[in-house]
Design a protein around this ligand. Structure first.
Ligand SMILES: [Zn+2]
Length: 461
């Protein structure tokens, strides 16, 4: 087979090890991974990766682009969001298609596709959010057949009209078992959370504590109780459960114990919960850092890193949901009015690489496992994505082991005029990113064209 492109002399990383090899691409796919391929290039373009890591493009399986939320719309759209992804070395994103009002899952799918298609520069897929069990439950078989086998239910957000009760979660897990689907759950204990918010929602406390009330009203048991309950429904139905954005050490303990007794449950965390704690809320600009769930304590960060190592935490995502300063500033001292979410796609891999691998907390193999291979496997995209092997999509990232870039929102692709990691020196930004063989980042600059990304049908069977 003639090659179009060869990435030569790099250190190719997989969860099983690293090897010195060339990666040869024909069309949109990887044709071969072996040493010495560049020697018979035969006119193929050769990109020298000597001394660099060559990894499969990352997957961020938890993002929200141009999401109507908290009375506004998140400021990273499918263009800025996926360009940020590309520059950060992420070549696949999975968003959540959410039906509003009387909409069906089919309506939500088409609404999301219409927004993504003209703008996305990396490949994408959707989890389908069930916001009304009686309307959406019967649509699940058609969604699985279409290639959307992952569903989402929120245990909070009654005001948004998104909340699922225990009946909805129990039923959805039962259907997932039957259909070969998986249920993703946002686990927070709604009634007690509302009570704690109501108790603290006074002018005196808001004046005294400001954005710190966001953390004060969400103690760890708010997440732990909800995870425990969702795990129970998974255990009795046998349906596969995936806890999204797990932020507490208690959550990790519950998942580990459930897995040990054979419950089909998985958990992701988001990178912000690994690298930042809730002391940020005391800063003058602390309200900018409000996301949901909120940042926790250093002991939770430690427990989540440990969980990544021992396995009960299997994926690192971002929950990207970007808001500008102006949007965040609408809170006017009332923490319940802060649009919740952080930018993240551009810094996911750099943060995990810098704090994890260079920080001595994980190997580079584990980094590829948690950010590339596992998310692809768990979300039904493997071996099309998440691995450098003959036949896989040529989604490839080349990055230098040591070169650091100072995070500065002003020079980033993402749609925010601030960044939670502003001023941090991070290694692991993509020097070159390829999406299905097409170069979309060159010398750290995004050169992607709008609409290159394709929607990906998936199957968990
Ligand atoms: Zn989310």
């Amino acid at each position: 087979m003639p090659y179009d492109l060869i990435i030569a002399n790099g250190t190719v990383v997989s969860p099983d090890g690293t090897t010195q090899a060339d990666v040869a691409i024909h069309g949109e796919r990887i044709a071969a991974v072996a040493p010495g391929l560049a020697a018979k290039a035969n006119g193929a373009r050769v990109v020298d990766a000597t001394g660099k890591y060559v990894i499969p493009g990352g997957l961020d399986v938890h993002v929200h682009l141009e999401l109507p939320f908290c009375g506004t719309v998140s400021s990273d759209d499918w263009r800025t969001g996926t360009r940020a992804a590309a520059r950060g070395g992420v070549t696949t994103v999975i968003d959540f298609a959410i039906p509003y009002g009387e909409q069906s899952l089919d309506d939500a799918y088409h609404a999301w596709l219409e927004r993504a298609k003209p703008k996305a520069c990396v490949d994408y897929a959707f989890h389908m959010a069930i916001t009304n069990w009686d309307r959406h439950g019967p649509e699940m078989p058609a969604m699985v057949a279409r290639g959307c086998p992952t569903f989402k239910e929120f245990m909070i957000y009654a005001v948004e009209g998104w909340q699922s009760d225990d009946r909805a979660i129990y039923n959805a897990l039962e259907s997932c078992k039957k259909l070969g689907g998986m249920l993703l759950v946002h686990a927070e204990s709604s009634r007690v959370l509302d009570e704690l918010i109501a108790r603290h929602h006074t002018p005196e406390l808001m004046k005294k504590y400001g954005a710190q009330l966001h953390a004060m009203t969400r103690p760890n048991f708010i997440e732990a109780e909800a995870i425990q309950r969702a795990v129970m429904w998974a255990e009795v139905t046998g349906g596969r459960l995936y806890i999204v954005h797990m932020s507490t050490g208690e959550g990790a303990d519950i998942i580990k114990a459930a897995q040990a007794r054979g419950v089909d449950v998985l958990a992701e965390t988001c990178v912000q919960y690994l690298v930042m704690d809730d002391s940020v809320f005391a800063r003058p600009d602390g309200h900018l850092f409000a996301c949901c769930p909120q940042l926790k304590k250093p002991k939770d960060m430690e427990r989540l890193w440990k969980g990544l190592d021992s396995g009960e935490v299997c994926v690192i995502s971002t929950d990207t949901c970007t808001f500008t300063k102006e949007q965040k500033d609408r809170w006017e001292g009332d923490w319940t009015k802060i649009p919740m979410g952080l930018p993240g796609l551009e810094t996911l891999l750099p943060l995990v690489y810098t704090k994890g691998v260079l920080g001595g907390r994980m190997t580079v193999e584990k980094f590829v496992e948690k950010c590339c291979a596992n998310p692809a496997k768990i979300m039904g995209l493997y071996p099309q994505k998440g691995v450098l092997a003959a036949g896989s999509d040529a989604d490839i990232v080349v990055f230098d082991r040591k070169t650091t870039i100072k995070v500065d929102h002003a020079t980033m692709e993402g749609g925010a005029d601030w960044n939670p990691f502003q001023g941090w020196d991070l290694a692991g930004f993509a020097e070159h990113t390829f999406s299905r063989g097409k170069q979309i980042v060159k010398d750290y600059k995004c050169i992607a064209e709008d609409g290159w990304g394709k929607w990906l049908p998936r199957s968990l069977r």
